[in-house]
Design a protein around this ligand. Structure first.
Ligand SMILES: [Zn+2]
Length: 86
């Protein structure tokens, strides 16, 4: 059993293409989470073991911010329009 510590031949894949493998060494598939906690967040899924890792690994604020700001602006606009009551 030799640990393959071969010299680092730089094979850097773009993040989006480098789908991680599960601990069972199966390739993972990208799914989208629709839970209340992580709506719209993408994750890598093993067909056997389910969730493996997040694709959107940045701050939750990063990928949630966009949709939250959208919603906020819509609400603001709506409130402003309804609060005129002229
Ligand atoms: Zn697996």
């Amino acid at each position: 059993m030799t640990k393959g510590s071969s010299s680092s031949s730089s094979s850097v894949l773009p993040r989006s293409l480098a789908a991680p493998t599960c601990r069972c060494s199966r390739p993972t598939v990208v799914f989208v989470s629709w839970t209340d906690d992580n709506p719209g967040r993408r994750f890598n899924r093993c067909e056997v073991h389910g969730f493996v890792s997040w694709v959107d690994t940045a701050d939750p604020t990063e990928w949630q911010k966009t949709s939250l700001i959208d919603a906020r602006d819509q609400i603001r606009r709506y409130k402003r329009e309804t609060s005129h009551e002229l």
